[in-house]
Design a protein around this ligand. Structure first.
Ligand code: 6GU
Length: 270
């Protein structure tokens, strides 16, 4: 089943609520049908915390065959997205949505991270332009694009998965989009640390026990354990995050010092 959360493109939208508007500009709008229809994104759409639609660039092509790409000037392999249909699609999207930012998804963009997700979440709406083929005509970028964003240093066949990633990361930051009140603030990266380890039943899984403190009901001790789990997991899995973090608080520094002390004890005993 495909839910229809699409809003009209023919008239301006009342953006007086603090809902977030996403419009994806793509040659493969159907790639998003399943994305809109699952989990938190689906619920956010149902609750009108977000509004979202994907528009087909092909609909803005003037010629009979609705061509959206062409051979590159100067020769070479691959095709380039033509500027006219893309520009028309972006202009139409931004006319119906005020206060939006337009993002081009391209491997040449700034690498997306949690901080950028928070920044994008402050906007009233996002127009996400998915590049395809070898790229888009350069002249699109000057007037029509506010941000160029990449999701990492590897190459995809198109920007569509990247647009989904950005919509997902931004949606879960919208107040009320997640179940728990403050769930987004407790995430990995919210204070530049990874999240603590999680456990659920059973208490013993294939011989592995749940840490005892979590069964104790002692909330202060549990918080202490979680903080330590968070700092140590970051040290072991992503030491780069600790190195770049110049704002470790007293508690976090004390945990690292405690472990330094433990390691020194081991070395001194040799
Ligand atoms: Cl946004 N697009 C494409 N085509 N490849 C990528 C990317 C985007 N981000 C990383 N690789």
């Amino acid at each position: 089943m495909i839910l229809s959360f699409h809003y009209s493109t023919s008239q301006p939208i009342n953006q007086s609520t603090n809902a977030m508007y996403f419009k994806v500009v793509t040659i493969f709008p159907q790639m998003f049908d399943s994305f809109w229809n699952h989990g938190i994104i689906r619920r956010a759409l149902e609750d009108k915390k977000i509004f979202a639609s994907a528009v087909n660039i092909r609909n803005y092509a003037e010629d009979r065959h609705q061509v959206t790409d062409d051979r590159p000037y100067g020769g070479g392999s691959g095709m380039v997205m033509k500027p006219e249909p893309l520009a028309a699609a972006i202009r139409d999207a931004s006319q119906t949505l005020t206060g939006t930012k337009t993002v081009l998804l391209t491997p040449q963009g700034r690498v997306f991270n949690q901080k950028m997700a928070w920044e994008l979440a402050t906007s009233d709406g996002l127009i996400l332009v998915c590049g395809r083929y070898e790229g888009v005509d350069e002249r699109i970028c000057h007037d029509l694009i506010d941000y160029e964003i990449s999701i990492g240093d590897y190459v995809l066949t198109g920007g569509e998965p990247a647009a989904m990633i950005i919509i997902d990361a931004v949606t879960r930051l919208i107040p009320g989009a997640l179940g728990g009140e403050d769930a987004a603030e407790k995430d990995s990266f919210s204070d530049d640390l990874l999240e603590h380890a999680h456990y659920t039943r059973p208490g013993n899984f294939e011989g592995q026990e749940v840490p005892e403190v979590l069964l104790s009901g002692h909330h202060q001790e549990i918080e202490k354990w979680r903080l330590e789990s968070s700092v140590m997991r970051t040290l072991l899995k992503r030491p780069d995050l600790l190195l770049q973090n110049k704002n470790l608080n007293r508690q976090q520094r004390d945990i690292l010092k405690k472990w330094r002390f433990e390691i020194e004890k081991i070395l001194d005993s040799q």
